[in-house]
Design a protein around this ligand. Structure first.
Ligand code: AMP
Ligand code: MG
Length: 417
């Protein structure tokens, strides 16, 4: 038996960040930048108006007020998209729209709300100061600025900035392509009512969805029978399009545990018992010319999910150039008593609830953790209700109501209303 940490260390020490590639900006969403980006342009690229109003010389309106309004002739109209350089003579104004280039000479914009909105002459009833409502060229980003460092994950905001500074294609660490293979003679495709002895390949769908939820690219290979030759040729052919392979089923002590049988003596594959519940039988290694990491997860659905969270997800994040963990553990108070196995880390499926408490003059808030239901490693019903895994250390054999437990969120934990 090895510890969770030993198995995880072996995995994270083996996997490597994928080599960078060029992608169109939108295709790079969610990827990590593999280059620094320097802007060749300034943002804004030209001096422009921050308001719909009138471009003016501030000096002409320095004394304008409600009691003493000033009227100026309107010499023209400037819309956003105007590419002609215009200039404004002193004593005149031009109607200007948000984002339109300021005419030379003008040094302020009077918002239309502060005027009578005139088209040939405009009356201004508020004083105007130099620079008001004018966006200066380069005030946001100067040409030559380092706007983004390699290692930044490209979320919508980062994509906007890269687009604005003229980037079309970026070098990024690509999304890992992950082949998910489910094995078992009993498996059938979803959407069909299972007959006696048949089981829907829920793991195949769960793991495919989990890969996608991690912003990686899944390929699902479903319902591979417990036949050594078929499995071997499936894995060999799938290695061609994979950055990683995840299998489920066939790794325990049964007579037809084909995954273990086929992979035991190839590549660097190793099969271990890991001191955890659920998820004890685990295999990991690299296969093929390209040293593709292969994770062989147990077939029980809860074990497969827990194994994915604990071992596969950290590895995929590292391959994508991201941090091994991206969400913090949440400390919660156990809502009731439960038992945990001696010598194994327990991943209990729990419902975390956000609670407010009022104790005399103090108001606090925190989380409680309640067991989500049946804790068997086959129990999908309670897994679907859970929003976290309470991680109970190997040396703890009982959790008592009121104990603090450390929880690994399985998704966003909603705040109480
Ligand atoms: P195994 O690890 O192959 O011994 O399977 C353990 C248990 O998990 C058995 O009850 C299987 O029927 C079930 N199981 C295996 N693979 C899947 C799968 N892809 N989807 C749902 N259940 C599965
Ligand atoms: Mg099986």
């Amino acid at each position: 038996m090895i510890t969770v940490q030993e198995h995880l260390s072996r995995i994270v020490d083996t996997v490597q960040r994928l080599p960078p590639m060029g992608l169109d900006l939108l295709d790079a969403q969610g990827c990590v930048l593999a280059q620094d980006v320097t802007s060749e342009v300034a943002l804004p690229g030209f001096r422009n108006s921050a308001m719909d109003g009138y471009a003016v010389h501030a000096a002409d309106l320095a004394l304008a007020s409600h009691a003493a309004p000033v009227t100026l002739p309107v010499a023209g109209d400037i819309a956003a998209g105007n590419t002609q350089a215009l200039s404004l003579a002193p004593g005149q104004s031009m109607r200007i729209m948000t984002g339109a280039p300021m005419p030379d000479g003008a040094d302020a914009v009077v918002p239309v709300e502060r005027t009578d909105g005139g088209l040939t002459r405009v009356t201004v009833s508020a004083e105007v100061s130099v620079g008001q409502h004018v966006r200066q060229a380069g005030e946001d980003v100067a040409a030559g600025d380092l706007v983004m460092r390699g290692g930044t994950r490209l979320e919508p905001r980062q994509i906007a900035l890269l687009a604005a500074v003229g980037t079309g294609e970026v070098r990024v660490t690509p999304r890992p392509r992950v082949v998910v293979i489910s094995t078992g003679d009993e498996l059938i495709e979803p959407g069909i009512r299972p007959g006696f002895g048949q089981v829907v390949d829920s793991n195949g769908l769960m793991l495919t969805a989990a890969v996608r939820a991690l912003d990686c690219v899944p390929f699902r290979v479903s319902c591979v029978p417990d036949d050594a030759r078929t499995l071997q040729s499936t894995i060999e052919s799938q290695l061609l399009r994979a950055d990683a392979v995840v299998t489920t089923g066939g790794v325990s002590m049964g007579a037809y545990d084909t995954v273990k049988e086929v992979l035991s003596s190839v590549g660097t594959m190793r099969f271990d018992k890991v001191a955890m519940q659920p998820g004890m039988p685990q295999g990991f290694g690299v296969l093929g010319e390209d040293q593709i990491p292969v994770f062989t997860l147990p077939g029980n659905p809860v074990s497969a999910m827990v194994s994915f969270e604990v071992f596969v997800a950290p590895a995929l994040r590292l391959m994508a150039g991201r941090p091994q963990q991206e969400t913090s553990m949440v400390t919660a108070v156990a809502a009731h008593d439960w038992n945990a196995p001696a010598g194994k880390v327990q991943y209990a499926r729990v419902v975390l609830s956000h609670v407010f408490s009022h104790v005399s003059s103090q108001t606090g808030s925190g989380y409680t953790a309640a067991i989500a239901g049946l804790q068997g490693s086959h129990a999908l019903g309670s897994l679907a209700c859970a929003n976290a895994l309470a991680v109970i250390p190997a040396d703890v054999t009982s959790v008592r109501a009121g104990d603090q437990v450390s929880c690994h969120p399985l998704g966003p934990i909603l705040e109480a209303l």
